[in-house]
Design a protein around this ligand. Sequence first.
Ligand code: SF4
Length: 339
Amino acid sequence: MSIILMGCFIMKKVGIPRGLSYYEFYAAWKVFFEELGAEVVLSDRTSKKIIDDGVKACVDEACFAVKIFFGHVINLMGRADCIFIPRLTSISRNEYVCPKFGGLPDMVRGSIGGLPFIIDAEINMRKDKNGGLKAAYEAGSFFTTDRALIRSAYNKAVKSGYGVLPAEAAAPAGVLKNEGRLKIAVIGHGYNLYDSCLNMNLLNKIRAENAEVITLDMLDRDSIIKRSGTIPKKMFWNFGSKAVGAAFCLLDRQDIDGILYVMAFGCGVDSFVCDYVERLIRREKDLPFAVITLDEHSGEAGLNTRIEAFIDMIRWRKKNDINLPSHGQYLHHGESSAG
Ligand code: SF4
């Protein structure tokens, strides 16, 4: 529990919701808080209860990923002295993160009663490369008054935590056969791709069709940044740059058999970025492409059908005919256009 030191609360247990930016930054945040002597409490893996709690607590208009995040905050209540919900404005120069991230601490406070203290340090690196360190000083001040220690914890976190692929991205052992294996690239936000409850085990469904899954996080970061700089106008969104740079990297390769774009229903960022990526792929290469849109009403049987149809279509096309108009299909809300 928290203790009182020098007239202010010093937090001992910090809760981190297993949603949204968890999938990109958890490894770094864990190092940071543990270096400050705090115990990190992670919410449980997404479950039906977490989804139901989040959907009930959150406004209807929010995307599925934000609703699930609310469920994770509820899951942490009573288990930690405080919950870390950073106000992510920008994580890269001259680019923004989705505005939902900036308003997240306020949305949570406004919708869920009886919360523990929320650490909502703003991370804004749009014009200031020290934006991360400033946020670290703010967040760290709840654990220690030693600024040198906070700086050292921040440096260790940056060194060891960033770029670590979340454990959820790994393929279960023994799932792939070698012969006839396809390589399917999947573009989407980490929280949509790696939360197997949110996406009804999407990545493993693809793997079960004897296809290797390649996500953005498995591509070389420097190549993504370099290739994203080749479009005439810089993207406004950080994720847009990443997705477009990754699409270029995937098109440069000769071993990718198809590309799936996974997005949340009602996502403003993805509705633009997905369209841009689709046009890019259609223009540059004759590569099968499909979109899968997810929300709390998505049915598993429909998802299975769409994945099977996409994979079957690619195998059929590879085997029988290169002239079939089987690429560039748009799969949405249970429709299947393969075949
Ligand atoms: S980018 Fe889209 S999916 Fe992600 S939080 Fe924003 S609205 Fe939701």
